[in-house]
Design a protein around this ligand. Structure first.
Ligand SMILES: [Zn+2]
Length: 826
């Protein structure tokens, strides 16, 4: 599963280096429950389903044949998860006769009394006739899983304008038992076949192979899907809708993209790297893509980012970017490789329990680094690494959590940035420590040993130990079964008389836990680099290096690989040297950050001017945004460079960014450039240009915004249109503004960016009716967030926006408006 993280890192949040609090969660009684593996009494063997859908009631009528056998001990009963169903028949076929079986059903578990005691060598098949009622399922457990319907009917009656009718399922974690009775645990695996009867105008998607399609006389069609390799129930999938299927291929296997029809022409620009990704992963793993086909489908109103259902990935419809959006590159390439890598890590070898979710999600997260590095270069790979560290650090609760956790409030809580971002970095550090060839050989061994089975973190360790011949318990204990990360304080001193440098690395995390870290220290002297491999093992470690001439730079963590925070007491000259000679993404980024904070120094300013032409686009934008343009000497120095970037940068996001900054100069002479760029094919460039234009010629920008508004504009252009309307400050534009804001996809970056402006406008609004509509739009945004994001973001929106708006309205004597806001605070 892929969470939508962009929001979490985009909202302003503060996080300062402080002692990691390991007592944060210790008070919650739910955290005292040991989450044991689910006991195996019976094991699934095969699941056969016949289903048809009632769009009027949002029901599914199902017939299931569940084949199982006792796990080891003889048993005369079978418990199946079956959430919120109406159970009609439970029976068993005996000598060609259907024998009804006694059962108890409490709305979530179906307890069946078998006709006799079975032994583990005996398979038996239970037949169940049932109705699945996903909208009537009582939410179980915590608020985090209110979206656990399993089966979703989207616009089933066709009453919502501009929204297609779709059916799709979302099983992880244990929600597929809403639509078929099963043992809904990740450590069960079985083969399956599903017959879906649907209106003939729709297409279907499910796991495995489409073996036949039969037209029925009543305007329906029955599609028979067969999956003849075992996988876990949470990975079962059905999708139904009016999609275009765009065909692709990988080594003779079908690769299909299911998109809404208007996106058929761009489907290959969105998904077309899939075969190359399959080839890349198969090659590095030494393990061929294991399944019969690979399809990807988009979903409206999806409750997560994406889900790796075996052979049938489901993505949020945000992936459906139009040709102009794609001018900036596919913003969702990481989703595509993440879910694909799960086909090996998660689907082929599956976590034994949610406690070991790292075996699914850390790998999928790490695959984003592997792909970025392979396809877009070392900088791109390193950038994913750095951003994941940021995501992990963004939540101050994360450092107190173990990666493998047997105590958690709710299994959904396992899907956090410890499991994803930190887990991915732990794999990346391990790869660096043991080397690529040993790393991938161990992954291959792990896949070979556990294919079509389940594993826990120790199984992974043993594969690495077998390949490397080393004991790795220390690594697993520290990173998998432990919490936190090192916080370094690094200082340098030089004794020119003795010609000796001293580096002191102190671990100041203040948790009492001291990390054992292998790392490289590079000493740059007289134009050449000498690498020293060292170990950190103490609260304070000192290292001594001889020199002839005082080194230009001592670069601790030369590979910039360690998951850490640090205070690195280098000089400005060290950082400038680092930018020019160490050259990794993070080497350069650290130098840019340091120089950004020392813009009074001419040498720092010179470095920033140089970094505006950094080979990696993101660092060009980082530098640009860090410039202190209130300083005339900086403004004068960088203006020609910014102008060049605004005109010519090969990356459209950098171009757009430079245009946006030039706009703040409010110079008439740039007007023609802005005007010309408003028609750029990239929404980012056009949007920034429109907003920049509004700084030099507001009436013309307003006029253009009204023109552009007539065509469907997305992304930054839509955001700019809304922003120009807001800037115009005329409440008569309110309908445009609210419409533009509402039509931004809930989880899009432009909505995140526009949101504060929209909230600011809402605050100014006098007309109570319009004010309420604006508040409704904010509340709709807040409440449409998927459950995985909802908790944190809702709180931010309530506390940072809604509550202050209410307070200000109260203070202004607008009781009615204040009251309205308060009623929405839940
Ligand atoms: Zn995932």
């Amino acid at each position: 599963m892929k969470r939508i993280l962009i929001l979490l890192v985009s909202f302003p949040m503060t996080f300062s280096v402080k002692a990691q609090d390991s007592t944060l969660d210790s008070i919650d009684p739910a955290l005292k429950i040991y989450r044991a593996s689910f006991p195996h009494i019976n094991d699934l063997v095969h699941t056969k389903l016949n289903v048809r859908f009632d769009y009027t009631k949002s029901y599914m009528y199902g017939k299931a044949w569940i084949t199982v056998h006792p796990h080891f001990y003889p048993t005369d009963s079978l418990s199946l998860d079956a959430k919120g169903m109406d159970i009609k028949t439970v029976s068993m076929n005996k000598e060609n006769q259907q024998i009804p079986l006694k059962y108890n059903y409490d709305g979530s578990t179906l307890r069946i009394h078998l006709d006799k005691t079975y032994r583990y060598i005996e398979n038996y098949t239970i037949y169940i006739d049932y109705t699945s009622r996903p909208n009537e399922v009582k939410a179980q457990g915590s608020a985090a899983i209110t979206d656990a319907k399993g089966l979703y009917f989207i616009n089933p009656l066709g009453t919502e304008k501009d929204k297609p009718t779709q059916i799709w399922t979302q099983g992880e974690t244990e929600s597929n038992s809403v639509w078929f009775p099963t043992i809904d645990k990740p450590d069960q695996k079985c083969t399956e076949e599903i017959s879906m009867t649907v209106p003939a105008k729709y297409v279907t998607l499910s796991n495995g192979k489409l073996v036949s399609q039969v037209k029925n006389t009543d305007g329906t069609r029955t599609d028979n899907w067969k999956m003849d390799l075992p996988h876990s129930p949470y990975l079962f999938f059905m999708g139904v809708g009016d999609y275009a299927i765009v065909h692709d291929k990988y080594k003779g296997k079908e690769v299909n993209y299911y998109v809404e029809k208007e996106y058929a022409s761009v489907a290959k620009r969105i998904f077309g790297l899939t075969p190359e990704m399959m080839a890349f992963y198969a090659r590095i793993l030494g393990f061929e893509y294991p399944w019969v086909k690979y399809s990807q489908m988009t979903a409206r109103d999806y409750v997560s980012g994406a889900m790796e259902n075996t052979t049938s990935t489901l993505h949020t419809d945000a992936l459906q970017q139009d040709a102009r959006q794609l001018t900036d590159g596919n913003k969702y390439e990481d989703y595509i490789c993440h879910e694909l890598f799960h086909q090996w890590f998660g689907d082929l070898v599956t976590t034994e329990s949610w406690s070991n979710l790292t075996l699914n999600e850390s790998f999928a997260n790490f695959s984003e680094t592997l792909w970025a590095e392979y396809k877009h270069g070392k900088d791109a790979g390193d950038a994913t690494n750095f951003h994941d560290i940021e995501k992990y650090l963004a939540d101050p609760k994360n450092p107190s959590k173990n990666l493998v956790r047997f105590y958690y409030r709710d299994r959904e809580d396992m899907f956090d940035m410890v499991t994803y971002s930190k887990g991915g970095r732990i794999l990346n550090m391990l790869r660096n420590y043991i080397g690529d060839s040993a790393f991938f050989k161990a992954l291959n061994l792990y896949l070979v040993n556990f294919k079509f089975k389940n594993a826990e973190a120790h199984n992974l360790r043993m594969a690495f130990e077998q390949v490397t011949g080393q004991d790795l318990n220390w690594y697993w204990n520290q990173w998998y079964f432990g919490s936190g990360h090192p916080v370094f304080d690094i200082s340098y001193s030089y004794d020119d008389a003795k010609k000796m440098a001293k580096v002191v690395i102190r671990q100041v995390q203040g948790t009492g836990k001291i990390f054992r870290i292998p790392m490289a220290i590079d000493v740059y002297e007289g134009g050449s680099k000498t690498r020293h491999k060292i170990w950190l093992e103490n609260e304070s470690d000192s290292f001594y290096f001889n020199y002839n001439k005082r080194p230009d730079l001592i670069n601790v963590d030369g590979d910039k690989i360690i998951l850490c925070q640090k205070e690195d007491h280098k000089t400005l000259d060290n950082f400038i040297y680092q930018y020019k000679h160490a050259r990794l993404y993070l080497d350069r980024r650290e130098a840019i950050d340091y120089c950004s904070e020392h813009q009074d120094e001419p040498a720092a300013r010179a470095l920033l001017t140089l970094a505006l032409k950094d080979p990696y686009f993101e660092l060009r934008s980082l530098t640009m945004n860090a410039l202190d343009l209130d300083k005339p000497e900086i403004k004068t120095a960088v203006e020609p460079v910014l102008l060049d970037l605004a005109k010519n940068d090969p990356d459209r996001t950098v171009q757009g960014n430079a245009i946006g900054i030039l706009g703040t100069f409010k110079k008439e002479e740039y007007k023609d450039l802005f005007l010309k760029k408003t028609t750029d094919s990239s929404y980012t460039v056009a949007g920034n240009a429109l907003y920049a234009l509004s700084a030099v010629d507001e009436p013309q920008a307003y006029q253009l915004a009204k023109e552009f508004y007539q065509h469907p504009a997305k992304g930054e252009l839509n955001a700019a249109i809304v922003a120009v309307f807001i800037k115009e400050g005329d409440e008569s534009n309110f309908d445009f503004i609210i419409d533009g804001f509402t039509k931004m996809p809930e989880l899009s970056l432009e909505k995140v960016e526009t949101f504060p402006q929209f909230a600011a406008l809402t605050l100014k609004m006098q007309n109570t009716d319009q004010f309420k509509r604006a508040i409704d739009a904010i509340v709709k945004y807040r409440d449409a967030l998927p459950s995985t994001e909802k908790g944190e973001i809702s709180k931010l929106i309530n506390e940072n926006f809604l509550k202050p708006i209410g307070d200000r309205k109260e203070a202004a004597g607008l009781k009615d408006q204040a009251e309205y806001v308060r009623s929405k605070l839940n």
